[in-house]
Design a protein around this ligand. Sequence first.
Ligand code: HEC
Ligand code: HEC
Length: 476
Amino acid sequence: MKHAPWFWTLLGAALSPHTLMAAALDCSDGRPAPQDLERWRSETAEGLQESSLGSRTVAEQIRSCFGPQVPVCLQRMNDYVNRNDVAPSAQDTPVRSSPQKQPPAELFLNGAANFEYRIPEDIEARAAALGWPSVRYKSRHSGGFDRDTASLLMIYVPGDRVNPPVNFDRWLNFALPEDPESEAGRPTPGSPIPSAQDYAAEENGEVSLPKVFTMVSLDRRQGQQPGQVYFQRFIRNGRGQTAFKPEGNSNPKRCVSCHPNGLRAISPLGFHVRKDETMMDAEAWATVKRINDAMTQAAGQRTVSWREAPVSSGSTQKKTLLNPAAFGPSIGPLVPLNGRSRTPEFISQCAERRRVVDLRDIFNRAPGRGNVYRLSNNPQIDPAKILRYMNCGACHGTASRAPLNSLTGWAQVDYKILVDQSMPLGAHKNPLESTSGDVQDALTADERIALANCLQAEYELEKKEIARWLTPGSCE
Ligand code: HEC
Ligand code: HEC
């Protein structure tokens, strides 16, 4: 072993009596014996849970003892204690030198010279001519960054349909001017792309136009190499200014709360519908489906990687920009750590903990203004169903999809269960997906609220079970 021997006596000083007894992890004669490692692991996990041990201390211990060859049984702990030891986003490759962060120039005026992106009025026709699917839609909760409008235009740019072909796909999300209030309920936005005259009118203070467009790109999964995700925002400053310019690198933590797996399926008004809701027209509906399916296909139906930043000067080690799986217990796990949340008794207590769930649009934009869900006066809830559907971890947190955890915005969980009803996957069917041609749902409205409530109550218990979460399997 080329690493200096460590005797964890250092730890003693400021610690609780419990951790004072913590085993020394003695690596002076090579690897510690399995039973010593197991004891050290469980005591260290307790120390981390009680915060009597800091992540950095433990990270250093593991590094000194094992170098890069961390034993399998310490991998999760090692990821957890290093979760904040990530490359700063400023260290990531900038737009200029990452083709993945550059929108296709063909879509923009002047060929996007100087990284200035001017959106032509015929951008949708340009996309169509290039064979790139596009769809107008309205977000009903948190899509887009312009607080004045929920109207968006998505253009999907498959890597094999650009010239020359590239191994990454791009999804561009443009804000469109808001429809008039009378058109708020119509799924497809009607407002045109702003023209030169519109920008001139903005300069005179007559109108306010969208200021942000964004792009998520994915290096397609190849063999065992996971899809690599890139986030980039483009902003337009100042009234009358026509050029959108790339922002500095996005801190992935600003995006992960709503994009746990990188790409986020769009869920427009009129896509997943209830009985009384207007659907998008069939063509737009099919395009949304196609664009969403492409997100999981490009990732090879697997969890994506948030990439490593290039090596910084003065360092030899590449660092990840974010490792979402390292952020503690997950929401709706297959095997909860707390040992009591999957019983009918627990369900009867948690089912009604929120009688009203308010998921109105984050900017109070019109399409999502009515997202308020109330339990009925005498809710009929089948606990067996709730228990069955709490297994979100059958997909999330497996090799196929990133976990939902402390990085995830809770509103996103509520959203998927209550607003668009797309989760649990497959329980709800839209007219175009069901055999009857009607909306079908395996859960009642009350049961959906109960499911969201019970996942929340359970997660409050799970979050505290850091020690159990840190010690899967055994070292012996
Ligand atoms: C508050 C939640 C939230 C945050 C934070 C967020 N997004 Fe999104 N984003 C969404 C939602 C929701 C959608 C899907 C559209 C819809 O259904 O309304 C979306 C869709 C997108 C899309 C279209 C492609 C896709 O994945 O669907 C892009 C591009 C995008 N977001 C970029 C970003 C970037 C870049 C960041 C970080 C700087 C970010 N978003 C942060 C909620 C968010
Ligand atoms: C059978 C697999 C499966 C199950 C079970 C499942 N999901 Fe998902 N989930 C997916 C897939 C696939 C997506 C992406 C497609 C989409 O958003 O429609 C997704 C997307 C999500 C997202 C958006 C973030 C992301 O990863 O894109 C949330 C939040 C979510 N699911 C919550 C839940 C919750 C809560 C449950 C349990 C009540 C659940 N899911 C159960 C497969 C599943």
